[in-house]
Ligand binder design. Structure first.
Ligand code: C2E
Ligand code: MG
Ligand code: MG
Ligand code: MG
Length: 278
């Protein structure tokens, strides 16, 4: 006999909303387990100087290959971690792994920097800076070889943030505004935070040659960054045409993208760095 409870359960089970919710709960559960078991891994993408064609740094990007869900995009699981109090252990794991794995290359290439992505919540965590300093010491990495990239997904107290950024800068650590031009990573931030680097979002780079509104905004960004004299990285460079356009407009620009290299594991990065660049 079909009872009322049975019908209700059946409706819940087949309703897309409940299915999504159940999947989300399961993902949070498995993400927590993956962090504790240190099952997340890192890949590294070079950051190029367009003038010298030299690698001036690398950015570490986290990867989660889950048994249950396959490869999960960081855009998905970072947001989950932020919402479910997992960002602190995740960030600590990212920092420990990146510094440990990159230590030999940062010793070999003393001018190269390592960029690590942070969630904005991390910056408000007072224990993070001592943690970074301790990890750097253990791995013989100078703090002035470190860059932390921050993306603002929600509005925050920019006054407090400016003080925090200043404390990082005092330690020689560079703070970079990631995905500049999108979300809240905007002009107001640029003015208040006194960040040493900005990374122009790939949606602008990829507008080159399209004549779209984003390309018009990119042209405005070129003149802004040159007047402010701030180090600028253009993300998502996939074609030579994009690289040439950026270099003509902004001769000191840095670039990152598949044209140069995709994110790689350490042995691949080591091989890539050892090849002389034209
Ligand atoms: P992001 O920091 O802006 O990183 C750039 C993203 O663009 C990366 O995606 C990278 O793999 C991708 N990319 C690089 N070059 C190209 C290109 O030429 N074309 C295209 N289409 N894409 C390119 P990914 O690795 O999926 O990371 C997505 C975002 O997740 C990152 O954006 C960052 O916000 C976040 N994230 C990644 N790793 C971490 C981490 O360790 N901690 C935190 N808090 N966030 C992370
Ligand atoms: Mg980044
Ligand atoms: Mg970015
Ligand atoms: Mg991004």
């Amino acid at each position: 006999m079909i009872t009322g409870v049975g019908v209700c359960f059946g409706v819940m089970l087949f309703c897309p909303f409940y299915i999504r919710r159940m999947k989300r709960h399961s993902m949070i559960y498995h993400l927590r387990k993956a962090i504790v078991r240190r099952e997340l891994s890192m890949v590294y993408q070079p950051k190029m100087d367009l003038n010298s064609k030299k690698v001036i740094g690398v950015e570490s990007l986290v990867r989660w290959h889950s048994h249950e869900f396959g490869m999960v995009s960081p855009d998905t699981f970072i947001e989950l971690a932020e919402r479910h109090s997992l960002i602190r252990p995740l960030t600590q794991l990212v920092i420990e792994t990146s510094l440990f794995e990159m230590s030999p290359l940062l010793t070999k290439y003393r001018d190269m920097s390592l960029s690590i992505n942070l969630s904005i919540q991390d910056l408000f965590d007072a224990s993070l800076m001592p943690f970074i300093c301790e990890c750097s010491k253990q791995n013989n990495i100078r703090t002035d070889q470190l860059v932390f990239e921050i993306t603002e997904r929600s509005a925050g107290d920019s006054h407090e943030l400016a003080n925090i950024v200043a404390r990082y800068t005092e330690q020689g650590i560079c703070i970079s505004l990631d995905d500049f031009g999108t979300g809240y990573s905007n002009l107001a931030w640029l003015g208040r935070l006194n960040a040493k680097e900005i990374k122009v979002d790939k949606s602008f780079t990829q507008s080159i040659g399209t004549g779209s509104i984003n390309q018009t905004m990119l042209d405005a960004i070129f003149s802004l960054v040159q007047r402010l004299n701030v180090r600028t990285v253009f993300e998502g460079v996939e074609t030579q045409e994009q690289a040439d356009y950026i270099q003509r407009a902004c001769p000191n620009a840095l670039a990152q993208g598949w044209l140069y290299a995709k994110p790689m594991i350490i042995p691949q990065l080591e091989a890539y760095l050892s090849i002389p660049k034209a």
